[in-house]
Design a protein around this ligand. Structure first.
Ligand SMILES: [Zn+2]
Length: 322
C-alpha cells in the first residue's frame, strides 16, 4: 500500500470515530481539544489514555504506547499491520451496509406473523423493547434484491456474509439483533442451528455504553435473557452473547469499580457453572465485586420469566446472590 493510500485511509477513519465505535469515552477534556480517558488497551482504573482528535493520534501514560488509528487497531485487535489495515477497511465499508440490512429486517418483523409469534413465545411483548433492541426478522429470499436495488454490489454482500457464496440470503427465518459491527440471528425453526453471527468478531458487551455507569450490572449470556430482564425493568443488564467473554468484553467489564451479578446459564453438563466459576475468579482478582445469581434448576433468565417469574421474584434472586 502506498504512502498516499495510507494517508487516505487515515483521513477516512478519524481515530476518535473509531475509538467511539469501540465504546471509548473521554473522562476529561483538556486544552487544544485533547481528551483523556481510560486506556482501552489494558485494564485501566484511572484515565491515562490521551487522544488528540485534530492530529488523530493517541498516547497512553500507563502503558507508554501511542500512534495513529492503524497502530491502535494493531494493538487493540492484537494483529499485524496488514490485518489491521484490512480490519479498518472492512469496518469503514461495513457499518452502513449492516445498518441498511438491519433496517430492512426491522420492517419485515411486523409483516410476519411467525416472527411475532416466536417473540411472544420467548416472552418478548413490549414495543418499547423491540424498538430499544432494534429487533428485526429475516424471512429469507429478499434481502439480496433489496440491497442490490440500493446499489450495493453482490461481492460486498458476500464479503459481509449477508449473502452466501451461492447467492442466497444467509439469514433465513431468523430473529435478527444488530450488534456492534455484526448481526446476530436466532433461528425460529428447530431444523436450523439456533445461533448465527456474520463472519467477524461478535463485538463488545451488548449496549455497554448504556450500563457502564451503573454501580451494579447484571451479565447474561443470551440476547433473549437480556430482553426479558430489560422488559421487566432491569435496565442495568448487559449480554456477552455466549458464556465465553472475549478480551474486549472482559476489559469493558473491568473498566471501573462495580458490582457484577453473573446470571449465566446453568447447563445440565456443568459447563455453564464452570464458566461462571472461572469468570468469577478472574473478575474478583481484578478487584470487582462479583455475585453469582442462582436460578431454579434448568432455568435461564429467559425461561425464568417465560415460566411466570416476575421482577419481584428476580429481585429476590439478586438479593440472595452470593
Ligand atoms: Zn495504556
Amino acid at each position: 500500500m502506498s504512502r498516499q493510500a495510507l494517508d487516505e485511509l487515515k483521513q477516512q477513519i478519524p481515530l476518535l470515530d473509531y475509538l467511539q465505535a469501540q465504546d471509548w469515552q473521554p473522562a476529561r477534556y483538556l486544552s487544544r481539544g485533547r481528551l483523556l480517558g481510560l486506556c482501552p488497551l489494558h485494564v485501566d482504573h484511572k484515565p491515562s489514555f490521551l487522544v488528540d482528535p485534530l492530529k488523530s493520534l493517541f498516547y497512553c501514560y500507563g502503558c507508554g504506547r501511542g500512534g495513529d488509528v492503524i497502530r491502535f487497531a494493531e494493538l487493540y485487535h492484537q494483529v499485524k499491520f496488514p490485518q489491521a489495515l484490512a480490519l479498518l477497511h472492512q469496518w469503514h465499508g461495513l457499518a452502513p451496509l449492516l445498518h441498511q440490512a438491519a433496517s430492512f429486517y426491522r420492517i419485515q418483523l411486523h409483516r410476519r406473523g411467525e416472527a411475532v409469534a416466536y417473540l411472544r413465545q420467548r416472552g418478548v411483548r413490549s414495543p418499547e423493547l423491540i424498538e430499544h433492541m432494534q429487533i428485526g426478522y429475516a424471512p429469507g429470499g429478499c434481502l439480496r434484491s433489496w440491497l442490490t436495488r440500493l446499489g450495493y454490489p453482490l461481492h460486498a454482500l458476500r464479503q459481509a456474509g449477508l449473502v452466501t457464496a451461492a447467492g442466497y440470503d444467509a439469514f433465513i427465518h431468523r430473529i435478527v439483533f444488530p450488534l456492534e459491527g455484526n448481526l446476530y440471528g436466532r433461528s425460529i425453526s428447530t431444523s436450523a442451528p439456533p445461533h448465527r453471527f456474520l463472519p467477524g468478531a461478535k463485538g463488545g458487551l451488548y449496549l455497554w455504553q448504556q450500563v457502564r455507569h451503573c454501580p451494579e450490572v447484571i451479565l447474561v449470556e443470551g440476547l433473549f435473557d437480556y430482553a426479558v430482564l430489560w422488559q421487566a425493568g432491569f435496565h442495568n443488564v448487559t449480554c456477552s452473547m455466549g458464556n465465553h467473554l472475549n478480551a474486549h468484553q472482559y476489559r469493558q467489564l473491568c473498566d471501573g469499580p462495580r458490582t457484577i451479578y453473573l446470571a449465566l446459564d446453568a447447563d445440565a453438563n456443568g459447563s455453564g457453572q464452570q464458566a461462571t466459576q472461572s469468570l468469577a475468579c478472574r473478575l474478583t482478582e481484578q478487584g470487582m465485586n462479583v455475585r453469582r445469581v442462582s436460578l431454579p434448576d434448568g432455568l435461564d433468565p429467559n425461561s425464568f420469566f417465560v415460566e411466570d417469574g416476575d421482577a419481584r421474584q428476580f429481585q429476590l434472586l439478586l438479593e440472595a446472590a452470593q
